[in-house]
Design a protein around this ligand. Structure first.
Ligand code: FE2
Ligand code: FE2
Length: 267
């Protein structure tokens, strides 16, 4: 079974900045490679309606590829992020709706997730992370995502939900998916507080703890726009973002970047 993996497509921003039809390029890749499963681990674009439209469009056009999705922080940018999260559950392949069994052995379990400052660097108070402001920069989620609860409560809600599913499927081959980063190893420290302060908003070590507790085989995430594919603590780690044009791209054209970025794994 061929599973394609990509995150952080940021369709709107990348389309505007490249003046290229990003979705058309994704479609052309899908038409040529026909994976059995395509896992998009968050940040499809900004806002739930736009993300939902793109996901439905892709799935409808490629019914033989099972499109699975978890939301990113950008997908739930809305005056009511709870409503946004629920809107995105309207996409049948949203893992927030429940685990997806790929065959008798393998199951995919996940949801977008959030952050609880477990990756926050020393020297700051929790209130500072809650405000998400360092000098004159405010973390965009603080402006565009509006949850009913504190970041920590929202993270807790995802953890409880995912753990319930992991418990049910314990012993199976589990592919866990979140948008948020599960291990501090994959959070980049630059010894520059202007950057490192925002590591608090990269994810939660508790997602990683869950993965280890339940013997997850593969862990797919996004959010951090750095690509990783390695074995860590016995788990195959895949973080495969497209990221922002131009600074985070390896190629000059959208076509080359997208065609080379999509990773395919086999189970
Ligand atoms: Fe992103
Ligand atoms: Fe993100």
């Amino acid at each position: 079974m061929k599973i394609a993996v990509l995150s952080d497509i940021h369709e709107g921003i990348n389309r505007e900045n490249t003046q290229k039809d990003i979705v058309a390029l994704l479609k052309s890749w899908l038409a040529n490679h026909t994976p059995d499963v395509f896992i998009i681990s968050g940040d499809m674009t900004n806002g739930p309606e736009n993300s939902l439209t793109l996901l439905n469009q892709l799935q409808n056009e490629f019914p033989r590829t099972k499109l699975l999705f978890v939301h990113g922080n950008h997908d739930i940018y809305h005056q009511d992020s709870k409503f946004a999260r629920e809107t995105l559950l309207g996409f049948p392949g949203n893992l927030g709706n429940g685990p997806v069994e790929l065959n008798d052995d393998w199951v995919v379990i996940g949801d977008g997730g959030w952050y609880d400052y477990t990756f926050g660097i020393n020297g700051f108070m929790e209130e500072q992370f809650t405000l998400g402001r360092f000098h004159d920069f405010t973390w965009p989620d603080k402006l565009y995502a509006h949850w009913p609860g504190h970041d920590k409560d929202e993270t807790e809600r995802y953890l409880a939900k995912i753990e319930n599913w992991l418990r049910v499927y314990q012993g199976k081959n589990i592919i866990m998916v979140t948008h948020m980063v599960p291990f501090s190893k994959f959070v980049i420290c630059k010894d520059d507080p202007g950057w490192d302060f925002f590591n608090a908003m990269m994810g939660s070590s508790r997602f990683g703890e869950l993965a280890m507790k339940y013997g997850v085989k593969k862990y797919i995430f996004g959010h951090i726009h750095t690509r990783y594919h390695e074995l860590y603590k016995g788990i195959e780690i895949i973080c495969n973002p497209l990221g922002y044009y131009p600074y985070e791209w390896n190629h000059k054209t959208a076509e080359e970047e997208i065609l080379s970025a999509i990773k395919v794994i086999e189970i």
